[in-house]
Structures are given as structure tokens and as C-alpha cells.
Write a new protein. Structure first.
Lengths: 219, 248
């Protein structure tokens, strides 16, 4: 049981860290001046919200399987397949939670406006310098929201991990999948325990988000 | 004589066609006024490099913009005071002042403590920017602009958003600033009283063009001194390295 919880937390943490790193430059680009292709890109990046997790999981499974074009590219590096591996699970979770990371960060960048970046430029900060010394700290609440949302979303995901994870104990078996298996095998006591833990976790997450979203508490 | 600012800027921004030739002496405050929409802010932004127009901008022997040359704002030695102060809200007053100072090339001729004194900020130095009055915000913005070690100070209606009381309280600081600085200052303002209180020269803009330039014989705050004397003083201060000093 602890092993399952550990796998879940590890997956959620790795996904959150990597996804914030990937999403930040994308969110920055989307928050800058409007271009038609940004609406298209925004829509594509939001697809995971609308698609059933099983559809996403199915496509990811195809993409991560040994014969896929993507994996063929990785063959020279000794990677044959990422399906049913922890790394594959991280990739799947990242795709699945992408909009949950991009949206709050993008909104925070948009709310900031051009003013602080222009002020920073007149204070001799190069664009890259200003990005790290002004934009990132000013958008910190967006980053905090994104981190909480992605972590929680990853802990709560089921469809995608079931499709591409395969529930290998110690590697790809996470809490939500374990609960499903426990119920299938009529082990309700254990299922109760894990389910209650997830319920408490979800409640805590929502509390944290509502505190983060409270306006007017800038620092 | 060391040259001050020499700029020629042309271009289309929205519905406005800007076509300006502007020279400023190496010291003194030039007020820039004119109806709203006449291009004052655009001119300020273009000089700062925030808006890109055609033409050239030279300050002293340095070229910021010319055919094939366009230095972005962070490579220009400008101080800009925006109408809304544009303080960085995630930093304290000290953090805002330090931001530009840390990035300015050494050696610093304008010192932190001098500017804090000049602008009367010592009591506010560790405050969060959200806990400042409008007048205090503008004083911080001015001090911050000075600490970037500018060769040109641009002020875009720094008092416009203030109530009359805050305006009156900030004018003495501006006058002190004026008397202690040896660099060209371009100051956008509407209020005649404000202009006569601090400016040596008046420039009027209409529909993207400079229509009128007027030299005030004697700045009211520098009574008893001739124009030539003032410029000689400014030149001396410039040679000495732009050191601001509060006149007690």
C-alpha cells in the first residue's frame, strides 16, 4: 500500500516540476501580443481538458509503443519503448495536465501587463533578466496555482495512467488504479482507506487554491 | 560645449504621424506640453526605445539610434518616470531603487544615499510599494530613474495623477532635483504653474510636431543668475561627473 502511495507522490512531483518548466515559456509566448496562431495553439494545448482520458491515453500508448515514429527516433539512444514505464507515465501525465499548468501562469502574465516589463527595460534589465527578475516573481501566484493544480490533477488521474501505465507495482501502479483493482476484487476495506485518503487530499487542495486565489494579498 | 540630446524621429503610431526634431542642451529642464494625443508620450517612448520610430537619437557622443542602429531600452542610459510611477510591486522601495542601480555600469556617479536624501525617502526605504501614497510613489520613481545613472531623464506627466495637495508637496523635490542635476531632462506637463516652477525651456507639440520653443529668461528657482551662468554651472557639474547635491 505504501509503495502505491509513494509511486503516486513521485509521479505527481516529477510531473509538476517538469511541467512548470515546460509550460512557463509557452505561457509567456501565449500571454504576449495576440496573433491568430496563438488562438489555434491555445486551443490545441487545451484539448486535454475536453478529450476523454481514455482517448488521450490511447493515442499516447500508440506514440510510446516500440513501433511508433516517435520511439523509432529514440531507438539510437537505446530507448525502445516508453509504454508501461514510469517515464512514459510522466510524459502522459504532463500532456494530460498541460492546460492546468499553462492557464494560470498565462493568466498571471497577462494580468501583469506590459508596464512592469517596460519599467524593467528602462532600469537596464535585458529581456531575459527582466523575465526572471520581474515577470516570474510578479506571477508567483500563478505558478503556485499551477503547481497545486497539476499535482492534484496528477494524483487524481485514472484513465491515462490505466491506458499507458499497466499498473506495474512499484513502477506504474498509482492510488487511483489500485482503488479500482481493490473494488474489482471486492476488497472494500482497503479501498475505503485509500479512497478516504484521496478525499481528504482533494479537500486540502481546494482549500489551498481558494487561499491562493484570494485577491488583494499580493505578498 | 558638450552636446546634449540630438534627436530626429519620424513615424506613424496609430493615427498619429510623428515628425520631430529635438535638441536639448546638456543640462536643464525642458517642459514638453501640448494637447492630449499630440504625441508627447510617443516621443518619450521613442526616445527611451520603447517605441520604434525612424530617425536618429544621439546623446553627447553616443548614438542610441541611427540608420542600422537601434539600441533597445536596456542599453540606453535613460531614466524614465512614468505617469503611473510603474513601481515593481514585488519589491520594496529599496528593491526598486536598487534594481536599476545594480545594473548600471560602474563607477556610479549618482549615489544611493544622496538620492534617498534628495527625494526624502529615508523613512520609506523598507516599505512595500503598496503602502505608499501617490506622491511618495512618484518620488520613489524619480529616485529610481536617477539611480540608473542616466544621461537623459524623461518624465511623462509624473504629477498628472496626483491630487493638488500631493502635487504641491512634490514640487519642492522637483526643484531640488532641477538645481542639483547636470543632465538634460524632458518633462511632459500640462499645468502652467508646474512648468514655470521647474522648467527652463518650453516646447509645445501639436499633432506630432514641435510647433514652438520658448526659453524662459530666468528659471524662478534660479533667480539672480543669468542663463549663461546657469549653463556654465551645469557644465561644471557635468564635468565633475553629474553628482547630485541638495542645496540646503
Amino acid at each position: 500500500m505504501l509503495e502505491v502511495i509513494w509511486t503516486t507522490l513521485r509521479l505527481a512531483t516529477v510531473t509538476t516540476v517538469l511541467l512548470i518548466l515546460v509550460s512557463t515559456p509557452i505561457a509567456w509566448q501565449l500571454a504576449r501580443r495576440r496573433r491568430w496562431w496563438k488562438d489555434v495553439l491555445g486551443a490545441v494545448l487545451s484539448l486535454p481538458i475536453v478529450l476523454p482520458p481514455t482517448v488521450l491515453g490511447f493515442y499516447l500508448l500508440l506514440a510510446l509503443a516500440p513501433q511508433s515514429p516517435l520511439m523509432t527516433l529514440l531507438h539510437p539512444f537505446g530507448i525502445r519503448s516508453l509504454a508501461f514505464t514510469f517515464a512514459g507515465l510522466v510524459i502522459g501525465s504532463m500532456v494530460y495536465s498541460l492546460p492546468f499548468a499553462i492557464t494560470p501562469i498565462r493568466n498571471a502574465f497577462e494580468a501583469m501587463g506590459e508596464g512592469p516589463m517596460e519599467a524593467a527595460a528602462t532600469l537596464r534589465a535585458s529581456p531575459l533578466d527582466a523575465f526572471f527578475s520581474v515577470a516570474v516573481p510578479q506571477a508567483r501566484r500563478g505558478f503556485a496555482s499551477a503547481a497545486v493544480l497539476v499535482f492534484a490533477h496528477t494524483v487524481g488521474e485514472f484513465g491515462v495512467v490505466l491506458m499507458i501505465g499497466g499498473a506495474i507495482p512499484g513502477q506504474t501502479e498509482v492510488v487511483s488504479v489500485r482503488i479500482y483493482q481493490l473494488v474489482e476484487s471486492l476488497k472494500f476495506d482497503e479501498a475505503h482507506l485509500l479512497a478516504a485518503a484521496l478525499l481528504a487530499f482533494a479537500f486540502c487542495v481546494l482549500m489551498v487554491i481558494s487561499v491562493l486565489d484570494r485577491p488583494g494579498k499580493a505578498s | 560645449m558638450t552636446r546634449g540630446l540630438d534627436a530626429r524621429l519620424q513615424g506613424q503610431v496609430g493615427t498619429l504621424t510623428l515628425d520631430v526634431t529635438l535638441t536639448l542642451p546638456p543640462a536643464g529642464v525642458t517642459a514638453l506640453t501640448g494637447p492630449s494625443g499630440s504625441g508627447k508620450s510617443t516621443l518619450i517612448r521613442a526616445l527611451a526605445g520603447l517605441t520604434r520610430l525612424e530617425g536618429h537619437v544621439r546623446i553627447g557622443d553616443e548614438t542610441w539610434q541611427d540608420e542600422g542602429v537601434f539600441k533597445p531600452p536596456h542599453q540606453r542610459a535613460i531614466g524614465v518616470v512614468f505617469q503611473d510611477a510603474a513601481l515593481l510591486s514585488h519589491l520594496t522601495v529599496r528593491g526598486n531603487l536598487d534594481f536599476g542601480l545594480r545594473r548600471a555600469p560602474q563607477p556610479h556617479t549618482i549615489q544611493f544615499d544622496d538620492v534617498v536624501d534628495l527625494m526624502g525617502l529615508s523613512r520609506l526605504i523598507d516599505r512595500s510599494t503598496s503602502r505608499l501614497s501617490g506622491g511618495e510613489r512618484q518620488r520613489v520613481a524619480m529616485a529610481r530613474a536617477l539611480l540608473t545613472q542616466p544621461r537623459l531623464l524623461l518624465m511623462d506627466e509624473p504629477l498628472a495623477s496626483l491630487d493638488p495637495e500631493s502635487k504641491a508637496s512634490i514640487l519642492p523635490y522637483l526643484q531640488a532635483l532641477h538645481q542639483s542635476l547636470a543632465l538634460p531632462v524632458l518633462y511632459v506637463a500640462h499645468d502652467r504653474e508646474e512648468i514655470t516652477a521647474i522648467a527652463d525651456r518650453l516646447t509645445v507639440m501639436t499633432e506630432g510636431k514641435i510647433m514652438h520653443v520658448e526659453d524662459f529668461a530666468v528659471g524662478p528657482s534660479l533667480e539672480g543668475r543669468s542663463r549663461a551662468e546657469i549653463e556654465a554651472l551645469a557644465q561644471a557639474a557635468l564635468d565633475a561627473g553629474l553628482l547630485p547635491r541638495v542645496r540646503s
